[in-house]
Write a protein that binds this ligand. Sequence first.
Ligand code: GDP
Ligand code: MG
Length: 423
Amino acid sequence: MLTSIVGINWGDEGKGRMVDLLSKDYNIVCRYQGGNNAGHTIIEEGHKIVLNLLPSGILRDSTVNVLGNGMVIDLKHLYNEVNALRKKGVVVSPENLKISDRATICMPYHVLLDCLEEDRLKGKKFGSTRRGISPVYADKFMKKALRMGDLLNLDGLTERIEDLVEWKNLIIEGGYKAPKINAQEIIAWLKEFGLPFKDYIVDMTQYLDKQIKNKKSVMFEAQLGALRDIDFGIYPYTSASNTIAAYAPIGAGVPFAKLDKVIGIMKAYSTCVGEGPFTCEMSGDEAEALRQAGGEYGAATGRPRRVGGFDVVASKYGVKMQGANEIALTKLDVLSYLDKIPVCVAYDVNGTLTTDFPNGKNLETAKPVYKYMDGWKCDISGCRKLKELPKQAIEYIRFIENATECKIKYVSVGADREQYMVL
Ligand code: GDP
Ligand code: MG
């Protein structure tokens, strides 16, 4: 069984907790894109664990975790994340963590360039997480990046780094007028934070192909949602990678594999970190109340998230682009405080109402069309079956199911592992 678990919206749908929940049925969990710009929050026995690079399956004893070729890996961040988990008693070893030799290394100068550019942009910034993700993907496609496999053979590395550093200094010192970077420091960084992972690096295509032939089940875990996909998202306010499910087999290392199932994670309301068109956005007290109720502050950055009601137009598009055949609706409990629940049911694009997600200028100028549904006004965090939910909550679920044209299979009503129901 090959399953991809992906975000339907702008990210932060609660993918981390759903992967954590569903990963128990899978032998292998793979990350296939992005880097440590992800922030997945999992609550385990009351402890909050934030994962940026590691797949959520790392918290299960018997799960093998994969960092695929589509990822960009900041070695220092990986080193720190692994050590922080070890302090909490989590075992991380070459048995349960495997890193693709084709994964790209995110270097300190990528982080530096990301920050220099964000600073230069000042008010016009795109909302980068300043973790070097766009610069490192740019270098990947310029064929000037280092890959994990390069750590296995250090011959000639010094020369390559010197070349790269000379090139980067043309921009860092020459362009941004910032202090030069130094090749020796980069090499020392690679050795300090990279060499501890030497034994974790594998030819992932060979590894996964063998596992799949042996009928092992694989889950591909996305970071961010459909609307952040570099090709199909709200470009240029997207991530630098393909977040959609169709990319999962490619980014994990098995482009020939076919997905059996795509589970889309969809939030019961909308949130968006950073800049870009966010048609359903609410403001003022109404927004602040929702942000508070949902605890909507970035897991990676602490930034307050922009919020809005459930967005039918964007979510229907997300379901479609992901090819989702099952939905997990998360954070339904957050809406319990509302008398009337706002839902963005259509966009007004230049005077025409539509539920087709627009692109470019049409998206930027689209206005939300809001409708209000009855709230349930009671605590639902203890419900474990659909029939235990108040009738307004069931109506809300059925409404979303119809509007987005996809079956809702799971509903979560709290952040703890057990706080969910299967429909
Ligand atoms: P991800 O990036 O998609 O993994 O999502 P984040 O971890 O960034 O954000 C989801 C947040 O919502 C985390 O703080 C979770 O602990 C929390 N969360 C997840 N599911 C639920 C839920 O059903 N109810 C509530 N109240 N919180 C939830
Ligand atoms: Mg997140």
